[in-house]
Design a protein around this ligand. Structure first.
Ligand SMILES: NC(=O)c1ccc[n+]([C@@H]2O[C@H](COP(=O)([O-])OP(=O)(O)OC[C@H]3O[C@@H](n4cnc5c(N)ncnc54)[C@H](OP(=O)(O)O)[C@@H]3O)[C@@H](O)[C@H]2O)c1
Length: 254
């Protein structure tokens, strides 16, 4: 159980993906109204069918949209508020990265960094900007997913790590500002997450995933291990916690 307020309206971006889907499913199982976002209508409709298999009585609001397109973030937030009647939490799990964001630094195109910053950090802050007035009405929560690449140094992660580190700092500073409105802000920071397309792609091209599995003393997490703490932070049991960057990484880094 995630300790959510029943009837809470929660927008989960990237709910068609590995982590976002599990967050959306556990929120629905806990009685939330869930705004289900993915980049396309087709993937969103497919996710809602799968969510209904997990939580048939929950209410879902379909909010497809490509966040790289101007105006889409406002539309997505606006539709959830219009149909849900309120907004208690936004959990940003969508990946909106640009090409050349990870890999050996000298092989990347340095001119793509601006695009990476815009699509990764820029989208996270634009979503927070759109959601903030609605979250402030009853004291809600904004959570952005980033990655331990922004927290712990590692090779081939200089550019994407800088973008994720930016999200972490953005969330911590914003938390200090919006606390007076009763809004809490956090950053979730996974490392390697089993049972996700991202991990499967990584494991298929090299040994990194296997090495990480061997190093994580508690074993690498799956989305089922990440969703409960994420939703707990949105619930009444966590009203005095804000500005945290939380790694759920099975002990890979500490
Ligand atoms: N999985 C891991 O191992 C791992 C590790 C570290 C950090 N993380 C972080 O955890 C978060 C969730 O990752 P995940 O593994 O669940 O990702 P995922 O399974 O790849 O899902 C990506 C999601 O982003 C959506 N998306 C893609 N392009 C978009 C765009 N232009 N506009 C709007 N939405 C878009 C996708 O929608 P469609 O399905 O419609 O395309 C999908 O819902 C991300 O912030 C990721 O960086 C994951």
């Amino acid at each position: 159980m995630s300790n959510l307020t029943p009837g809470a309206v929660i927008l989960v971006t990237g709910a068609t993906g590995g982590i976002g889907f599990e967050v959306a499913a556990q929120a629905a199982e806990d009685g939330a109204v869930v705004g289900v976002h993915g980049s396309r209508l087709e993937t969103v409709e497919n996710a809602i069918e799968r969510l209904k298999a997990r939580a048939p009585n929950a209410r879902y609001i379909a909010v497809p949209g490509d966040f790289r397109q101007p105006g889409v973030i406002d539309e997505v937030v606006g539709k959830v508020v219009a149909e849900g009647g309120r907004l208690d939490a936004v959990i940003h799990c969508a990946i909106t990265g640009a090409p050349d964001t990870s890999g050996v630094f000298r092989k990347l195109n340095p001119r793509n960094f601006g695009m990476a910053a815009q699509y990764v950090l820029g989208v996270a802050q634009e979503l927070a900007f759109a959601a903030m007035p609605h979250l402030a009405v009853q004291g809600g929560t904004y959570i952005a997913f980033a990655s331990d690449a922004g927290k712990f140094a590692s090779a081939r992660q200089s550019v994407i790590g800088a973008c994720f580190g930016g999200i972490m700092t953005f969330c911590r500073n914003l938390a200090m500002e919006v606390g007076r409105d009763g809004v809490r802000v956090h950053c979730m920071s996974p490392s390697f997450v089993l049972d996700t397309p991202v991990f499967d792609r990584m494991a298929s091209v090299g040994e990194r995933g296997l090495r990480a599995q061997a190093r994580a003393g508690l074993g690498l997490p799956s989305p089922k291990d990440i969703a409960p703490i994420t939703l707990f932070l949105c619930g009444p049991g966590a009203t005095k916690i804000t500005g945290q960057v939380i790694s759920v990484n099975g002990g890979l880094n500490a």
